[in-house]
Ligand binder design. Structure first.
Ligand code: URA
Length: 234
């Protein structure tokens, strides 16, 4: 495995940051300075600033994100972060983000390769949202959401939209732009009162309470991987 990938896997830094550490001469492999092209073999000893690093096992976690938690590493307002909620020995980080007031399914992993693919817009993982609006959208507005609406960063892709009851709808999209669902709803003249992600690809929240998490089953990891493999990415 390439040294930068090994460092990312060990939870040290992203691959790009790892390249910087390598270029700065801070990483050694078996006592010799690491190079960008260095390949780490099983049994090699990798150190950062002279401290030996241990390789981490890959970990995949599904969290039922509760409200009033942030998806960033730390929050200036002192709110809890999703990472605080997941007491796991591996340094898992969220894939994509949910707004502080959004609840629901959030994947966390230390598998940088998979996370990178899943977060890429061309990766078509279905994300299913239950959206409660302050006022009831009309059928024509739901039709506009289905067709795709104009947002400041480009038109949204066609969505699957289903009315649940009154002002509650279910929206399935595969993009993950910042505040995308809220902006789509605003684009048709409504506002979101409550937003919940009930499904992320194959992952549902069945059996989880808000704030609780579980490890993914090997089959679920395989399902995520095979969708990533069939995406258009190189
Ligand atoms: N879309 C939003 O607007 N917010 C989220 O948290 C997720 C999707």
């Amino acid at each position: 495995m390439r040294l930068n990938a090994w460092l990312a896997r060990a939870g040290v830094a992203s691959r790009r940051k790892a390249d910087e550490l390598i270029k700065a001469g801070r990483v050694t492999v078996n006592g010799a300075p690491g190079e960008l092209h260095t390949v780490v073999q099983p049994g090699d000893q990798v150190a950062l600033d002279g401290r030996r690093l241990a390789r981490q096992e890959l970990a995949y976690v599904l969290l039922y994100k509760p409200s009033a938690t942030v998806t960033t590493a730390s929050d200036p307002q002192g709110r809890r972060t999703v990472v605080d909620l997941v007491d796991h020995p591996a340094r898992v980080v969220p894939v994509g983000r949910l707004d502080a007031d959004t609840t629901g399914a959030l994947l966390l992993t230390n598998d940088g390769e998979l996370a990178h693919r899943l977060a890429h817009p061309s990766y078509e993982v279905d994300k299913v949202y239950e959206v409660e609006c302050w006022t009831q959208p009309t059928d024509a507005e739901l039709e506009r959401l289905r067709a795709g609406v104009e947002l400041h960063d480009g038109r949204s892709s066609p969505a699957v939209v289903r009315r649940l009851d009154g002002a509650r709808i279910e929206l399935t999209i595969h993009e993950g732009r910042n505040r995308q669902v809220k902006r789509m709803i605003e684009a048709v003249g409504r506002r979101v009162k409550r937003l919940h992600r009930s499904r992320y690809g194959p992952l549902t929240l069945e059996g989880l309470e808000p704030g609780a998490w579980r490890e993914l089953e090997p089959l679920e990891v395989e399902q995520l991987r095979s969708t990533a493999a069939s995406s258009l990415l190189p």
